[in-house]
Design a protein around this ligand. Sequence first.
Ligand SMILES: Cc1ncc(COP(=O)(O)O)c(C=O)c1O
Length: 372
Amino acid sequence: MAYSVRFVNPQEHYRRLKPEIDAAIIGCLTRGDLVYRGELRAFESHLAEFVGTRYAVGVKSGYHALHFALLAAGIGLGDEVITVAHTFVASVSAIVHCGATPVLVDIGADYNMDPAKVEAAMTPRTRAIMVVHLNGRMCDMAAIGAIAGRHGLLLVEDAAQALGATFDGRRAGSFGIGCFSFYPFKILGGFGDGGAVTTSDARIAQAISRIRFNGEDRETGEYHFHGYSALLDNVQAAVLDVKLAHVPAWIAHRRAIAQLYHERLTDIPGLRLPPIDGPRQTDVFQNYVVRTTERDQLREHLKTLGVETLVHWARPMWAHPALGLADPGLSDTARLCREVISLPMSAETTEADVAATADAIRAWFLSPVSVA
Ligand SMILES: Cc1ncc(COP(=O)(O)O)c(C=O)c1O
């Protein structure tokens, strides 16, 4: 159906950037710079500078970033990695595809990993903690970093939704091995799949640059192991480099939109709003997620009024039997899956979009209509 308020607006996104984007793409095509050229290196260097690490390594997707981060750190068969079930499936798949076992822990009030649950989930096989900074909000990195340090565990950050978010002034992806996604609708999105790993560890950066290139060292031609064809395309890197310069303004816009939602939705009984910022976090609002026990009915109501929403995610990961994950009995995660709804949010979301969405939500809570 045609929505009057869309969740995202890729056509408008492109329209605003067209001259810069077209020049970047045409430049690469005209010169024939398609694979592992200057645009990739420039983007990697700007991304590392933005995140606050020594290195950034461009790969095919956020999934590949996670998988390669674990592989480069030596995670493999028999190892356990502690993570959350309230995430995109790729976080967990990356662990499984290394031959390791995901150990799922519950979330706290911020919808992110609850640090209080981590130590109870450890066993002698625990090798790493993979935090997921969901919706643009960072996990409590002071508490989780201290746990990782105390137990000598690797720290991997799934920062796919958190480029530019901070904890104590430090950006996501600079605490552990940082993994980013440039899926088109992320804060920094390409025109297809893309991802990157950030790190200040030269050995990790070197290993990932080889893994993404079938194990080959590009300088010597030596194959160091069996790797993957998973390099970030040069044209995609050229586009991302243009867009990276806009990210601070886009984050400011997302935060302003979140503030507007807050003001317009603030006193509705039965609707829980996300906090804006934590005591030590600055959010970038990849998603603006509200909660209600009548989520599915509200969603239908918004749809009939032309407002597009999404649910991230409706079923806990272990409730997909084909994934073969044991039910860890995480009650907060299960409840969240029944209640969350993501409202329209992007760099192109307008005040009018927020007004229309908020009015429709108010109308529902003030006089709910039954939806078949
Ligand atoms: C939290 C999280 N982790 C991992 C990923 C995987 O990224 P990609 O889609 O680029 O493989 C995503 C993207 O949707 C995500 O939101």
